[in-house]
Design a protein around this ligand. Structure first.
Ligand code: SF4
Length: 719
């Protein structure tokens, strides 16, 4: 820190509100945040920030943010002390488990914990101690297909091939909008600048998306595919590569198995065969395949729009194969793996076998677990279906499943009937309002932070320690401290006193900062490995800014351990052989997709007046032809219905949309009573997950298929 102005101090840290982890400069006067700006000296972001960064101040100062534990009473909420709250929470959860069995407790966590090293390091031992198989997270509406593909192909669920966008000549981007998100599982600050640089050096960006998104708008080319059509596009491209003898795996042949199975799988697919199912002309598919294969450096990259389709897992497999078969995997400018200072990839292999699949299935629908988690699309079933193992209590950790899971209104009703619920959160939102107790953790500005997970998906290797900017308020606790106290309390009340003591002792002797330091020292850039970077927590603290550890570097075959890349996992081959063309749409129906906005992030940030101000963003985008055909008028409410539910949303007519496709953003719908989100309530919007269907999933992994939901849209006066 330095004093550059009288009575103010400068605090440098990274932003934890999305995966880009931009460097920030906070100007503080005492404990007051005067300003938040991009840090021009940060080597990772070079001054870039997006409007969301200001939300750090808004969250910190938000009068609705809880500062003390809250207990729900017959008439509302009352603040109570930490000891009382933790004892009552542990007692309530233990009592339900003792009465109904361990699995009667369900745990749900959202995305924010993945931005906190303390939470990441505490969750697995704490959830193991709680001993339930009913574990759910936002991952099964987000990246679960990518976990499964990485586990099956590379033997490690966290080995994500990342788009080396800074050195590529041709980026084929499917179902991703980095201009709104700043990248995900290929993240970095200033995606607008990176795309501009790609085009300036003669490179090409092709965006495949049913909507002409913000990224498609600046791309070299936009292909307005049908929702869920990516798999057909890729099958057509792979078939064309075989037909034209353009398959050149290069050095991948040395460390891959199963390549010999692929020609028979893909040769039957021609651009003509798949054109109708993906909604693109055969000539376009053929040319795309040729251009991709012939580009000097190219990468195919897919993200959320792909994951949220019914064939998300197979599609991500094909994306990896397109890279592998054209010698783009682990090549500069292609799809590369990170070498993170905190080597979460190695830790996943060491402690979790690289990920495990389908060791058990969910009680009601028989959906497979993945690395101890069940798909969130079946969470409401587990609450509502009577019988042994029925969920009767919940622990919510920084998640809002009422807004984030398919048919959220069903879960909302189910949560109202729970015997007991505890939330670790600092808002009373649509989900935590069902809690008996809410335990608010410190904010990110009140504790130190290292992005242990997010650093591993950056388009460059980086490391950074963000020190606390503000003092810990009296009695304040970090989320990991709350987790450990709660779990040890539950263990003790279940009679597992030694295990409770062991959990406390583990985190007493090795708190997350110490674990982080050990991992940094032992990691690939670590001081104890004699590496030039000499990585340790002390080194990061001293640097007080992002440490750039270089561009992505080739990792194969070393990162595979003793195995080889599995090009044709049996699970995927069988599923591909059983693949059926999409069912014809109901006449007159529309296909619903989501969208993201730069000033929003899931359901997290809608209580920031600066981020929600301006025109209503929770609108239904529709192509003019579809609006005319239904007699719909711009700006008026439209009634939407699906198999799962119905709602009304204001219409925004836009040529961005492919005809036949409509779009609503997610994370909105702040209309529930007894919440405490004053600003969000004034910009309530509608919950798109009223329409999404929990039965519509990617059958391989159970990820919610939230894109391509069939809906009917009519004028409100005709309902
Ligand atoms: S792009 Fe992401 S990390 Fe950067 S300022 Fe915005 S929200 Fe924060």
């Amino acid at each position: 820190m330095s004093d550059a102005e009288p009575s103010t101090t400068l605090h440098r840290r990274s932003c934890n509100l999305c995966e880009a982890v931009c460097g920030l400069q906070l100007r503080l006067r005492g404990n007051e945040i005067i300003s938040i700006k991009g840090d021009p000296d940060d080597p990772h972001s070079r001054g870039f920030i997006c409007p969301k960064a200001l939300a750090l101040k808004d969250i910190q100062e938000d009068p609705d943010r809880l500062r003390q534990p809250m207990r729900r009473t017959a008439t509302g909420w009352e603040a109570i002390g930490w000891d009382e709250a933790l004892a009552e929470a542990a007692q309530g959860l233990a009592a339900v488990q003792q009465r109904h069995g361990r699995d009667a407790l369900a745990i749900y966590w959202g995305n924010p914990p993945t931005h906190q090293h303390g939470a990441i390091l505490a969750m697995t031992p704490v959830f193991d101690a709680l001993g339930t198989r009913n574990r759910y997270s936002a991952a099964s509406a987000d990246q679960l297909p990518q976990y499964l593909v990485s586990q099956q192909m590379f033997g490690n669920q966290l080995m994500f091939p990342l788009a080396d966008i800074d050195r590529s000549d041709f980026v084929l981007m499917l179902g991703a909008n980095p201009l709104a998100s700043n990248g995900s599982i290929s993240s970095g600050p200033d995606m607008p600048g990176r795309i501009k640089a790609l085009k300036a050096r003669g490179g090409r960006l092709v965006v495949v998306d049913p909507r002409r998104s913000e990224t498609a708008e600046v791309a070299s080319e936009h292909l307005a595919i049908k929702p869920g059509g990516d798999i057909w596009l890729l099958l057509g491209m792979l078939g064309e590569l075989y037909a034209q003898d353009l398959v050149r795996p290069g050095r991948a042949t040395q460390w891959s198995e199963g390549l010999e199975q692929l020609p028979a799988l893909f040769s039957p697919y021609t651009p003509e065969r798949v054109a109708a199912d993906c909604g693109l002309p055969a000539a376009t598919i053929r040319q795309l395949a040729l251009d991709f294969a012939r580009a000097r450096r190219a990468v195919a990259y897919g993200r959320l729009g792909v994951c949220q389709s019914p064939n998300g897992t197979l599609t991500h497999w094909l994306i990896n194969l397109l890279n592998l078969l054209t010698n783009r995997l682990d090549e500069v400018g292609g799809a590369m793996f990170s070498t993170p200072a905190f080597d979460i990839l190695a830790l996943a292999r060491l402690f979790a076998g690289g990920g495990r699949y389908a060791r058990w299935t969910s009680r009601v629908r028989g959906l497979p677990e993945f690395s101890d988690e069940l798909p969130q699309a079946t969470l409401a079933d587990e609450l509502l279906t009577p019988g042994a193992g029925q969920v009767r209590a919940m622990l919510l950790f920084a998640g809002n499943p009422v807004l984030s899971t398919p048919q959220g209104q069903r879960l909302d009703g189910a949560m109202a009937k729970l015997d007991f619920c505890v939330a670790i959160d600092f808002y009373i939102n649509e989900s935590t309002r069902h809690a008996n107790l809410i335990l608010p953790p410190l904010t990110v500005l009140e504790r130190g932070n290292y992005e242990a997970a997010v650093n591993s998906v950056q388009v460059r290797n980086i490391a950074r320690w963000s020190p606390p900017a503000l003092p810990v308020p009296e009695g304040g606790r970090t989320d990991w401290q709350i987790l450990v106290a709660l779990a040890s309390g539950v263990l003790a009340r279940r009679g597992q006193v030694l295990r409770a003591l062991g959990l406390r002792a583990l985190f007493g002797l090795l708190p997350p900062d110490r674990q982080l330091d050990l991992a940094l020292r032992l990691g690939p850039h670590g001081a104890w490995r004699g590496r030039a970077a000499g990585m340790s927590l002390a080194r990061l603290r001293a640097a007080n800014q992002t440490v750039d550890l270089g561009a992505l570097a080739p990792r194969l075959p070393e990162a595979l351990g003793r195995r080889k890349v599995q090009a044709a996992p049996t699970l995927f081959v069988k599923a591909l052989l059983a693949l059926q063309p999409p069912c014809p749409a109901t006449p007159g129906s529309l296909s619903l997709i989501g969208r993201r906005h730069l000033r929003s992030n899931n359901s997290w940030l809608h209580n920031s007046s600066r981020l929600v101000k301006g025109a209503d963003r929770c609108t239904l985008l529709m192509h003019p032809d579809d609006a005319v055909a239904r007699g719909l008028v711009d700006g008026t409410p439209v009634h939407l219905s699906s198999r799962a539910g119905e709602l009304s949303a204001p219409l925004q007519i836009s040529t961005e949309m492919r005809p036949g496709v409509v779009s609503l953003p997610h994370g909105w719908g702040h209309v529930s009573p007894f919440t405490r989100l004053a600003i969000a309530g004034q910009h309530a919007g509608v919950n798109v997950n009223t329409l999404t269907d929990p039965m519509r999933i990617d059958l391989l992994c159970g990820n919610a298929a939230m894109n391509g939901v069939e809906v009917c849209a009519i004028r409100m006066d005709r309902t």
